[in-house]
Ligand binder design. Structure first.
Ligand SMILES: C[S@@+](CC[C@H](N)C(=O)[O-])C[C@H]1O[C@@H](n2cnc3c(N)ncnc32)[C@H](O)[C@@H]1O
Length: 226
């Protein structure tokens, strides 16, 4: 089967994850009440989403970041995980901190979500947390979703910021007052629009889970190839 075309899309924000930032990212969710609570809720949603996706055996965690979801991904004792990230430093930090008892089931690769270095239908599911909200252009989101469609055999679990809640209303108001212009690297995507983009890319929505319904912007969608 065909591999993705070269000359993949590059996002400005992707360059910041060097060794120092990767190490900082590893610590970030482990210190302080708020980050730990938020991580706890993220893990809860991830666990539910994996169940809805039918407990996939071979999962591509893209972007894996510092591997903060690896313990929940390892809860299925027969699951194997490919941790992938655009930043080689992130992958290295994730592998260094991977708990010994699960390490044999995890491998790491450095690759872009727009041009994944794997064959078509290489994995049962792609698990993609906290990347889509960095992608402001519809054409870029579609390119990534089409690449996910190529590489996943069955499902995709993806988190992003959606509208229709208190936080997105507040953000819109503040953006009107203080436009971020070219510096903006995180975006709220209207739920209706992203759902159309899922359909356009060949997915149907199995379900979605909200971080805090009607309050927070984070939503996790579970998609299946249509
Ligand atoms: C906000 S972090 C999220 C990491 C992890 N999923 C988590 O929730 O902890 C964003 C990650 O996306 C990675 N990244 C940025 N651009 C990427 C791209 N084009 N393809 C794959 N990964 C990318 C960064 O290196 C970084 O690790």
């Amino acid at each position: 089967m065909t591999k993705a075309k070269k000359g993949a899309i590059k996002l400005e924000f992707s360059n910041k994850y060097d060794r120092e930032h990767s190490q900082y990212y590893y610590q970030k969710h482990r210190e302080g009440i708020e980050p730990r609570l938020s991580h706890w809720r993220d893990v809860q949603l991830a666990r539910k989403a994996l169940k809805i996706a039918g407990n996939p055996e071979l999962v591509l965690d893209l972007p894996c970041g510092a591997g903060r979801f690896w313990p929940v991904l390892a809860e299925n004792p027969t699951r194997k995980v490919i941790g992938a990230d655009n930043s080689a430093d992130m992958v290295a930090v994730a592998l260094e901190h991977c708990p010994k008892e699960i390490a044999s089931r995890f491998t790491g690769i450095t690759t872009s979500a727009f041009d994944i270095d794997l064959e078509a239908s290489a994995v049962d599911s792609i698990f993609s947390m906290r990347l889509m909200h960095h992608i402001g252009k519809s054409e870029h989101r579609l390119a990534m979703l089409k690449e996910f469609h190529r590489v996943s055999r069955d499902t995709v679990i993806i988190s992003l910021w959606v509208d229709g809640n208190y936080k997105s209303y507040k953000r819109k108001k503040s953006e009107r007052k203080h436009p971020r212009g070219a510096n903006q690297n995180r975006f709220v995507i209207p739920a209706k629009q992203i759902e159309q983009e899922f359909t356009q890319s060949g997915f149907k929505v199995l379900d979605y889970l909200d971080f805090i319904p009607y309050y927070a912007m984070w939503r996790v969608y579970v998609l299946r190839k249509a």
